[in-house]
Design a protein around this ligand. Structure first.
Ligand code: CO
Length: 206
Protein backbone atom coordinates (compact mmCIF):
# COMPACT_ATOMS: atom_id res chain seq x y z
CA UNK A 1 0.00 0.00 0.00
CA UNK A 2 2.73 2.49 0.90
CA UNK A 3 4.63 1.69 -2.29
CA UNK A 4 1.48 2.69 -4.10
CA UNK A 5 1.45 6.05 -2.28
CA UNK A 6 5.10 6.69 -3.21
CA UNK A 7 4.37 5.86 -6.84
CA UNK A 8 1.42 8.25 -6.81
CA UNK A 9 3.63 10.93 -5.27
CA UNK A 10 6.19 10.59 -8.07
CA UNK A 11 3.43 10.81 -10.66
CA UNK A 12 1.90 13.85 -8.98
CA UNK A 13 5.23 15.69 -8.78
CA UNK A 14 5.98 14.88 -12.41
CA UNK A 15 2.56 16.14 -13.51
CA UNK A 16 3.06 19.39 -11.59
CA UNK A 17 6.42 19.99 -13.22
CA UNK A 18 4.99 19.01 -16.58
CA UNK A 19 2.36 21.71 -16.30
CA UNK A 20 4.64 24.32 -14.71
CA UNK A 21 8.40 23.62 -14.65
CA UNK A 22 9.03 26.28 -11.97
CA UNK A 23 6.23 25.08 -9.68
CA UNK A 24 8.37 23.61 -6.89
CA UNK A 25 11.35 25.96 -7.17
CA UNK A 26 8.95 28.88 -6.67
CA UNK A 27 7.45 27.33 -3.54
CA UNK A 28 10.86 26.55 -2.04
CA UNK A 29 11.70 30.22 -1.74
CA UNK A 30 8.50 31.35 -0.01
CA UNK A 31 4.87 30.74 0.80
CA UNK A 32 2.43 33.62 0.53
CA UNK A 33 -1.05 32.22 1.15
CA UNK A 34 -4.02 34.57 1.37
CA UNK A 35 -6.09 32.16 3.44
CA UNK A 36 -6.01 30.27 6.70
CA UNK A 37 -8.32 27.24 6.71
CA UNK A 38 -9.47 25.83 10.05
CA UNK A 39 -11.28 22.60 9.23
CA UNK A 40 -12.17 19.11 10.42
CA UNK A 41 -9.67 16.24 10.20
CA UNK A 42 -12.32 14.16 8.40
CA UNK A 43 -10.73 12.48 5.35
CA UNK A 44 -13.67 13.53 3.20
CA UNK A 45 -12.97 17.25 3.67
CA UNK A 46 -9.59 17.89 1.97
CA UNK A 47 -9.01 21.63 2.34
CA UNK A 48 -7.10 22.63 -0.80
CA UNK A 49 -8.96 20.25 -3.08
CA UNK A 50 -12.43 21.50 -2.17
CA UNK A 51 -11.61 25.07 -3.14
CA UNK A 52 -9.31 24.16 -6.02
CA UNK A 53 -6.14 25.66 -4.56
CA UNK A 54 -2.57 24.53 -5.18
CA UNK A 55 0.14 24.03 -2.56
CA UNK A 56 1.31 27.41 -1.33
CA UNK A 57 -2.08 29.09 -1.55
CA UNK A 58 -3.67 28.16 1.76
CA UNK A 59 -2.35 27.70 5.30
CA UNK A 60 -4.22 24.82 6.90
CA UNK A 61 -5.07 23.73 10.42
CA UNK A 62 -7.27 20.70 10.95
CA UNK A 63 -8.53 18.92 14.04
CA UNK A 64 -11.56 16.87 15.03
CA UNK A 65 -14.71 19.03 14.71
CA UNK A 66 -12.81 22.11 13.41
CA UNK A 67 -12.35 23.73 16.81
CA UNK A 68 -10.56 26.98 17.63
CA UNK A 69 -10.20 26.59 21.41
CA UNK A 70 -8.81 29.77 23.04
CA UNK A 71 -6.35 27.74 25.18
CA UNK A 72 -5.08 25.32 22.50
CA UNK A 73 -1.39 26.03 21.82
CA UNK A 74 -1.43 24.20 18.49
CA UNK A 75 -4.30 26.24 17.06
CA UNK A 76 -2.96 29.48 18.60
CA UNK A 77 0.47 28.94 17.06
CA UNK A 78 -1.05 28.36 13.64
CA UNK A 79 -3.30 31.41 13.99
CA UNK A 80 -0.50 33.73 15.10
CA UNK A 81 1.82 32.59 12.34
CA UNK A 82 -0.90 32.99 9.74
CA UNK A 83 -1.94 36.45 10.96
CA UNK A 84 1.38 37.99 12.03
CA UNK A 85 3.89 36.40 9.69
CA UNK A 86 2.02 35.20 6.61
CA UNK A 87 -0.44 38.09 6.91
CA UNK A 88 -3.38 36.17 5.49
CA UNK A 89 -6.44 38.27 4.68
CA UNK A 90 -9.08 35.61 5.26
CA UNK A 91 -9.62 32.99 7.94
CA UNK A 92 -12.08 30.30 6.92
CA UNK A 93 -13.63 28.21 9.68
CA UNK A 94 -15.06 25.26 7.77
CA UNK A 95 -17.29 22.66 9.37
CA UNK A 96 -19.10 19.91 7.54
CA UNK A 97 -22.56 18.43 7.81
CA UNK A 98 -22.66 14.95 9.34
CA UNK A 99 -19.48 15.65 11.34
CA UNK A 100 -18.68 12.58 13.46
CA UNK A 101 -17.01 14.75 16.10
CA UNK A 102 -20.07 16.93 16.50
CA UNK A 103 -22.29 13.85 16.58
CA UNK A 104 -20.09 12.19 19.21
CA UNK A 105 -20.32 15.30 21.39
CA UNK A 106 -24.08 14.92 21.81
CA UNK A 107 -24.23 11.12 22.04
CA UNK A 108 -24.65 9.57 25.46
CA UNK A 109 -22.00 6.90 24.76
CA UNK A 110 -18.43 7.48 25.95
CA UNK A 111 -15.54 7.72 23.47
CA UNK A 112 -12.48 8.25 25.67
CA UNK A 113 -10.01 11.10 25.24
CA UNK A 114 -11.94 12.63 22.38
CA UNK A 115 -14.77 13.45 24.81
CA UNK A 116 -12.42 15.94 26.50
CA UNK A 117 -11.50 17.54 23.19
CA UNK A 118 -15.17 17.83 22.23
CA UNK A 119 -16.31 19.57 25.41
CA UNK A 120 -16.62 22.97 23.60
CA UNK A 121 -19.14 21.35 21.25
CA UNK A 122 -21.15 20.10 24.23
CA UNK A 123 -21.11 23.62 25.65
CA UNK A 124 -22.44 25.01 22.38
CA UNK A 125 -25.13 22.31 22.34
CA UNK A 126 -26.09 23.23 25.89
CA UNK A 127 -26.27 26.95 25.08
CA UNK A 128 -28.61 26.20 22.16
CA UNK A 129 -30.46 23.28 23.75
CA UNK A 130 -33.94 24.71 23.16
CA UNK A 131 -33.39 25.20 19.43
CA UNK A 132 -31.73 21.79 19.10
CA UNK A 133 -34.46 20.03 21.08
CA UNK A 134 -36.92 20.90 18.33
CA UNK A 135 -34.83 18.93 15.81
CA UNK A 136 -34.20 15.23 15.45
CA UNK A 137 -31.42 12.94 14.26
CA UNK A 138 -29.35 14.26 11.38
CA UNK A 139 -31.09 17.64 11.40
CA UNK A 140 -30.02 18.19 15.00
CA UNK A 141 -26.41 17.19 14.25
CA UNK A 142 -26.30 19.38 11.15
CA UNK A 143 -27.65 22.42 12.98
CA UNK A 144 -25.07 21.86 15.72
CA UNK A 145 -22.39 21.68 12.98
CA UNK A 146 -23.48 25.20 11.94
CA UNK A 147 -23.67 26.50 15.53
CA UNK A 148 -20.23 25.04 16.23
CA UNK A 149 -18.76 26.89 13.24
CA UNK A 150 -20.35 30.15 14.41
CA UNK A 151 -18.87 29.63 17.88
CA UNK A 152 -15.41 28.98 16.45
CA UNK A 153 -15.70 32.07 14.22
CA UNK A 154 -16.42 34.03 17.38
CA UNK A 155 -13.39 32.47 19.07
CA UNK A 156 -11.12 33.46 16.19
CA UNK A 157 -12.60 36.96 15.96
CA UNK A 158 -12.13 37.45 19.73
CA UNK A 159 -8.51 36.30 19.65
CA UNK A 160 -5.93 38.93 20.69
CA UNK A 161 -3.76 38.31 17.60
CA UNK A 162 -6.76 39.05 15.42
CA UNK A 163 -8.01 42.06 17.37
CA UNK A 164 -4.45 43.46 17.40
CA UNK A 165 -4.29 43.11 13.60
CA UNK A 166 -7.58 45.01 13.29
CA UNK A 167 -6.34 47.75 15.64
CA UNK A 168 -3.28 48.24 13.49
CA UNK A 169 -5.50 48.72 10.46
CA UNK A 170 -4.90 45.35 8.83
CA UNK A 171 -7.51 43.86 6.53
CA UNK A 172 -8.52 40.50 7.98
CA UNK A 173 -11.87 38.80 7.62
CA UNK A 174 -13.17 35.73 9.47
CA UNK A 175 -15.69 33.54 7.65
CA UNK A 176 -17.90 30.58 8.62
CA UNK A 177 -18.63 27.85 6.10
CA UNK A 178 -20.17 24.40 6.28
CA UNK A 179 -19.23 21.84 3.66
CA UNK A 180 -21.73 19.28 2.40
CA UNK A 181 -20.35 15.79 1.93
CA UNK A 182 -23.40 14.98 -0.17
CA UNK A 183 -22.75 17.39 -3.05
CA UNK A 184 -19.24 18.78 -2.47
CA UNK A 185 -20.46 22.34 -2.02
CA UNK A 186 -19.67 24.80 0.75
CA UNK A 187 -22.52 26.66 2.39
CA UNK A 188 -21.54 30.17 3.52
CA UNK A 189 -23.10 31.02 6.88
CA UNK A 190 -22.80 34.72 5.95
CA UNK A 191 -21.03 35.84 9.08
CA UNK A 192 -18.03 37.62 7.60
CA UNK A 193 -16.36 39.38 10.54
CA UNK A 194 -14.00 42.14 9.41
CA UNK A 195 -13.72 43.99 12.71
CA UNK A 196 -15.02 44.25 16.29
CA UNK A 197 -18.26 45.95 15.19
CA UNK A 198 -19.12 43.01 12.91
CA UNK A 199 -18.49 40.62 15.76
CA UNK A 200 -20.89 42.43 18.08
CA UNK A 201 -23.53 42.83 15.36
CA UNK A 202 -23.44 39.35 13.84
CA UNK A 203 -22.28 36.96 16.51
CA UNK A 204 -23.23 38.57 19.78
CA UNK A 205 -25.23 35.51 20.84
CA UNK A 206 -23.34 32.69 19.07
CO1 CO B 1 -15.88 16.26 11.13
Amino acid sequence: MLEDLKRRNREWAAAKIGADPAFFSRLVSQQAPDYLWIGCSDSRVPANEIVGLDPGQMFVHRNVANLAPPQDANYLSVLQYAVDVLRVEHVLVVGHYGCGGVRAAIESTEHGLIDHWLSPVRETAHDHRHELAALNGDARVDRLCELNVLRQVRNVASNPFVTHAWKSGRRLCIHGWVYSLADGLVHDLDVAIAGPADLAARLGDA
